[in-house]
Design a protein around this ligand. Structure first.
Ligand code: HEM
Length: 214
């Protein structure tokens, strides 16, 4: 059991991360609301929310390799990073729904069915839902090993998100390519995790508790 003061600091750090995490959305919302986004403001806002969703997804999946390979333990922030990714995807989706498509349901459904990059984005949002709903201590206890299995969907979502981004741009420039490479590296790391960690720390090996794997 940790002392109460250490638990309080830990909680404060996590709330600080949530507060900082929502700054880009709040800042760009303010820019948009005050007419300060040049060019196509809706597209820009959509872009910012999508990019931050992807960044938080990548950060969530980077927690395990950072701990294994660099000894930096950010495990206590992983849930907040994952939930920030989820809320950015929801905001990105709402921007598309309300500002981009003006809640025109027929156009939205046609878009989801006909434009593969939108279909992939939508699939990622649907897959993120059970992850967000089970990202609490009660679900981890209730689902046991199945919790880990379910949360492997995060690998599909990060790859899907990076592919969705690359497909949404007319020309694949360095930025979407970099996100694709990072997503692929973070997913490909998982099957090699045990071997890499054993080679780096032969004596300590890997101590993976159920909620820490992945
Ligand atoms: C994990 C889920 C998702 C992630 C990580 C994500 C991320 C991104 C990113 C990074 C972009 C590139 C923005 C740009 O450069 O312009 C983008 C574009 C876009 N996304 Fe998503 N997205 C996701 C889900 C969705 C969903 C559910 C929808 C709507 C059904 C959607 C609709 C769009 C649209 C319409 C664009 C293109 C905007 C344009 O025309 O420039 N995305 N997304």
């Amino acid at each position: 059991m940790q002392p109460a003061s250490s638990r309080r600091w830990r909680g404060a750090g996590i709330w600080a991360l949530y507060a900082a995490g929502f700054v880009p959305a709040a800042y760009w919302f303010w820019l948009g609301a005050t007419g300060r986004i040049p060019g196509n403001a809706i597209k820009e806002f959509e872009h910012v929310l999508g990019i931050w969703a992807l960044r938080f997804l990548l950060a969530t999946l980077a927690v395990t390799p950072l701990r294994d390979l660099a000894g930096i333990n950010l495990l206590r922030y992983r849930r907040a990073l994952g939930l920030l990714a989820f809320w950015y995807v929801v905001m990105h989706f709402l921007t598309y729904l309300v500002l981009d498509q003006n809640l025109n349901l027929a156009a939205i459904l046609a878009d989801i069915a006909k434009r593969p990059f939108i279909t992939i984005g939508m699939a990622c949002l649907v897959l993120l839902l059970p992850l967000a709903l089970t990202s609490n201590a009660a679900s981890i206890r209730r689902l046991g090993k199945n919790w880990n299995r379910l949360h492997r969907l995060a690998y599909v979502v990060v790859l899907g998100g990076a592919i969705h981004y690359a497909m949404s741009v007319k020309v694949v420039t360095a930025e979407p390519f970099l996100y694709l490479v990072l997503a692929a590296a973070l997913v490909l790391y998982r099957p090699f995790r045990g071997r890499i960690a054993r080679r780096r720390r032969p004596a300590a090996g890997l101590r993976a508790r159920p909620e820490q794997s992945g």
